[in-house]
Design a protein around this ligand. Structure first.
Ligand code: IVH
Length: 691
């Protein structure tokens, strides 16, 4: 069939047919859209701007509307369905979906490896495929002749629910396998999940709409797949990683687990890159530790790692015990949640005066660390979760983040459990606590002049690593300096003498010297760090960088009107007002002058604010330029109002090519896009064409 020519086969794009041949045009559009989809949703490396994708998508929709005979079920336009009339029908798995045995301690893994070798009667070391244990939902994807025909949840392992309509909306899952020789039948197994960032976005939307929030990515994934209306599922970004196989007909079973995953990857089925092949128990434990260190930085949640005997013949030889394979085991990370009791709820005052209720807990071990305090975020959260003093609660701790109280256990609430009352006066300085109508956060109205807690918080922020980076200036030192009235503002830090420091508790000559040196070193900084260090409400690191880049020098920021501030990327009305309020406060203005007078400095630039010579122009950078780093060239383009794209298309205006430029340069020549070397680029920047 002509229409299937491109969707099934080769990886290389065929010649672009024009609109006079609708079947060929539709097939080409499908091929291109699938390719871009894969790059965007699986590789996280978009190949075309969104607008270009949308244009092609609409063109395909139009062709399909005019020529319904060209519409195929696996067309990229056919992902989103509608409201299902019946709840999810049952599906019987042809090969049961089993579970995994668990190990926690190193010993459990050493024993697993021993059992495997005993079972194989092998004197040689065994090869294992290692991968992540994703915290999502197991799913079976059935492909017939390469086309996705059914998706089912694990259910009880023998029967699950048919969730095909919802799974079709998951952009990362191919509707058709990218191979010229698909097997007659293939059950791909893996995990559907939601990335941390996507869950945060979903919860923000749910909160705004007054809907229910999801406690973790697994619940969010499960809740999204159990939607009767696949249009709702389509609005939630779900992901998928393959890790197993069910039925297979019309192809040979790959000889190893790693080969199976490679095969999947070759067909554009998402496979997680965090995998390895290792030998013996030491190799397993090493993988465990490596991933443990990386865990927080991963964009998705995992609750451990999984080890599988790599060779398929050895897997068969080992077989199964009850409902789990003997050839695989999950090595779980220590639980990040635990139960404990709330002994009291107190409040803490932050650097912006924000009053945070904090639960004092009976000490409990969570993820290997003893936790005694957990944040309750704000008053509304305490009410919403209905946490009371005396309650038994689940606390959660993940990596470096502050432990939080998730929920209380209703059956365990004592009769005398007490409700939390927000104080009306700041517990540190006694100033009234105020809470603006439209805000969730109550604040101490004392400001840093009156409130020592705010002073300490502000100073700690000022010295922190991403701000002025004053090494050795920790909370105990700041605490003493403020409590002993040695310093009040950040400018006072630079007036500190060696003696004053050396005489403080837990300080010696050597440490005082180090702090003096760190203070001196910090004077040479960047404008972005300095702005961030000021601790202006709503001005985080990213905004500080944008402000520095936009204005180039501090005086330009100091005199900028709210309208001018709004021109900065990242700055909205709330932020602009906050910046202006901060700078208009004479105390803050004085602080800034004192810091400059103390010798704090940074490179200043004069930025011509209005001309944007590259506005509306798209650049692509490729190869190595003789002097400019890639980032520097990109910054120059962006400061001049231009855009930097990742790939060359008809919409590219200039390609800046250096040494070893590859396919992008060829593409530019093919499309007749202007190509510049570094000199040409700098010339263009200096003498931009009239708009
Ligand atoms: S293999 C026969 N691999 O863990 C083995 N499972 O307890 C079947 N899971 O229901 C599972 N990551 O939801 C396997 N890399 C991985 C996994 C994984 C997460 C989940 C899956 C399964 C449960 C097994």
């Amino acid at each position: 069939m002509q229409a299937d020519l491109f969707s099934a086969g080769s990886q290389t794009a065929p010649e672009e047919p024009d609109a006079s041949d609708p079947p060929a045009r539709a097939a080409w559009l499908r091929h291109e859209l699938n390719r871009h989809n894969y790059a965007y949703h699986v590789l996280d490396d978009p190949t075309v701007p969104d607008a270009e994708y949308d244009k092609m998508f609409r063109e395909l929709q139009d062709i399909e509307a005019i020529h319904p005979e060209l519409l195929v079920h696996d067309s990229p336009t056919q992902r989103v369905g509608a409201l299902a009339l019946t709840p999810f029908p049952q599906v019987t798995h042809t090969v049961p979906m089993l579970s995994l045995g668990n190990g926690f301690e190193d010993d459990d893994i050493v024993n697993f490896d021993r059992r495997v070798r005993d079972g194989l009667e092998s004197l040689q070391e065994v090869e294992y495929a290692t991968e992540l244990k994703f915290d999502g939902l197991a799913i079976n994807l059935r492909y017939e002749n390469g086309v996705l025909v059914e998706a089912a949840t694990r259910g009880d392992g023998y029967t699950g629910e048919n969730v095909t309509a919802n799974i079709r909306t998951v952009q990362a899952i191919p509707l058709r396998l990218q191979t010229a020789h698909p097997p007659a039948l293939l059950d791909i197994r893996g995990e559907v999940m939601m990335y941390k960032a996507d869950l945060a976005k979903l919860n923000a939307r749910q909160r705004e709409a007054g809907g229910k929030e999801f406690a973790n990515p697994r619940n969010a994934a499960a809740g999204s797949l159990r939607q009767l209306d696949s249009r709702i599922t389509a609005q939630r970004t779900l992901r998928f990683f393959a890790y197993g196989i069910g039925g297979l007909e019309g192809a040979d079973m790959p000889a190893s687990h790693s080969a199976l995953l490679d095969w999947y990857a070759s067909m554009n089925v998402p496979v997680c890159a965090e995998r390895a092949v290792v030998k013996d128990a030491a190799g397993l434990l090493d993988f465990y530790r490596r991933i443990g260190e990386k865990r927080e930085g991963l964009p998705y949640e995992i609750d451990g790692v999984v080890y599988k005997v790599n060779r398929a013949d050895q897997q068969r030889q080992l077989g199964f015990v009850s409902r789990a394979p003997r050839f695989a085991i999950a090595h779980k990370f220590p639980a990040q949640e635990a139960l404990t009791t709330v002994q009291d709820i107190e409040v803490q005052v932050g650097r912006t005066g924000a009053i945070t209720p904090v639960a004092r807990l009976a000490p409990v071990l969570v993820g290997g660390v003893t936790v005694t305090n957990a944040t309750l975020h704000n008053e509304d959260e305490v009410r919403r979760k209905d946490i009371r003093i005396g309650d038994t609660v689940t606390v959660r701790r993940a990596g470096d983040v502050i432990p939080e109280v998730l929920a209380y256990v209703p059956e365990m609430r004592p009769a005398d459990a007490r409700q939390f009352v927000m104080p009306t006066a700041c517990p540190v300085c006694g100033s009234p606590v105020v809470r603006p109508e439209d805000e969730a956060v109550a604040r101490c109205s004392g400001g840093w002049v009156k409130c020592a807690a705010q002073r300490k918080g502000g100073l700690l922020h000022f010295v922190s690593r991403r701000a002025m980076d004053i090494e050795g200036m920790g909370d105990q030192l700041i605490e003493q300096l403020v409590d002993k009235h040695i310093i009040t503002t950040a400018a006072d830090l630079y007036k500190l003498g060696f003696r004053a420091l050396a005489e403080l508790d837990r300080m010696a000559d050597k440490s005082a010297q180090n702090v003096m040196a760190a203070l001196e070193k910090s004077k040479s900084t960047t404008l972005a760090r300095f702005i961030y260090a000021l601790g202006i409400r709503h001005v985080g690191e990213a905004t500080a960088k944008e402000l520095a880049r936009h204005f180039g020098n501090l005086d330009a920021v100091l005199v900028a009107s709210e309208e001018q501030l709004l021109e900065v990327a990242d700055v909205g009305p709330v932020v602009a007002t906050s910046i202006r309020n901060f700078l208009d406060d004479t105390m803050n203005a004085e602080l800034i002058e004192q810091l400059r007078a103390a010798g704090v400095h940074w490179p200043e630039h004069v930025v011509e604010s209005t001309p944007k010579p590259f506005a509306g122009k798209t650049f692509v950078l490729t190869g190595t330029l003789p002097t400019l780093k890639r980032d520097e060239a990109a910054a120059k383009i962006e400061v001049a109002g231009g855009k930097v794209a990742g790939s060359v298309s008809k919409n590219t205006h200039y390609v800046v090519a250096g040494e070893e430029a590859g396919s992008k340069l060829l593409k530019a020549q093919e499309l007749g896009v202007a190509v510049l070397d570094e000199e040409g680029f700098l010339n263009l920047l200096a003498n931009p064409p009239a708009a």
